[in-house]
Design a binder for this molecule. Structure first.
Ligand code: DER
Length: 236
């Protein structure tokens, strides 16, 4: 499909630009775009990949690395990462991101921060001016299950009237449970709240019971978007 092609285009271009032989410790994000990142890294050949270590950002990411026969490492062994490449749900004009559509944003943010360079790869639907324009489900917030009901009240008080617990779709009754055993609250805000994503992040993060917030502010070195016409847009 056009969208899959644009994901692949973004991922391949980003790997070609940012994953060089001298990069040995590499963070792999989560979602449906990063498989193309792994595909392109594998294509660099066994030789160069032999002395690299790949750090996952969750169960799906780990499976990607294992299935590609790449060497699996962990961020407690390798706390300083050369480059991490990840997807995003939306990216604004300043490279602030909404992330967490896949409920992996705690480990993703740890590996984004731990990397000298953090790169975002996405299809054209994620390329936005202001957050909340194309990704309408709200800010994903990973929360301690014990605190979720109080947090729903407090997030609503922050201005997200429609904040809701993310429920599993089919195959499991009840809420989505993250790789860390936590719940996720999706909190839609209106446009002016997203005008200053960093202050929104700070306000949400300070609520008791919040584990991590799916707003990644001023962390990306660059964002690569594949376009439907086969071109690539790079924001930095
Ligand atoms: O959850 C996340 O932040 C993932 O990176 C995910 O949202 C990326 O989405 P994708 O499947 O469009 O790559």
């Amino acid at each position: 499909s056009v969208i899959e092609k644009s994901k692949r285009l973004a991922a391949w271009t980003a790997v070609d630009h940012h994953i060089r032989p001298e990069h040995k410790i590499i963070g792999i994000g989560s979602g449906s775009t990063v498989p193309y990142v792994v595909e392109r890294i594998v294509a660099q050949g066994e030789q160069v990949n032999r002395d690299r270590v790949f750090l996952p950002t969750g169960f799906q990411s780990k499976e990607l690395i294992v299935r590609a026969n790449l060497r699996l490492g962990d961020v407690d062994q390798y706390p300083n990462i050369d480059v991490t490449i990840d997807g995003a749900d939306e990216v604004d004009h300043e490279l602030n991101c909404i992330k967490g559509g896949g409920a992996c944003h705690l480990r993703e943010k740890v590996l984004a921060e731990a990397a000298d360079t953090w790169i975002v790869v996405a299809d054209y639907r994620k390329n936005s001016q202001t957050l909340g324009t194309t990704y309408r489900s709200g800010v994903p917030i990973e929360v301690a299950p014990f605190a979720y009901a109080k947090l729903l009240q407090n997030v609503r008080r922050l201005g997200s009237a429609d904040a809701a617990l993310r429920m599993a779709q089919g195959g499991k009754a009840g809420p989505v449970v993250t790789d860390n055993g936590n719940f996720v609250i999706d909190a839609p805000f209106d446009a002016d709240a997203f005008a200053d994503p960093h202050s929104l992040l700070a306000r949400i993060k300070l609520l008791t019971g919040v584990v991590e917030v799916g707003l990644f502010c001023k962390m990306a070195r660059a964002a690569y978007f594949g376009n439907a016409d086969g071109s690539v847009t790079i924001k930095w």
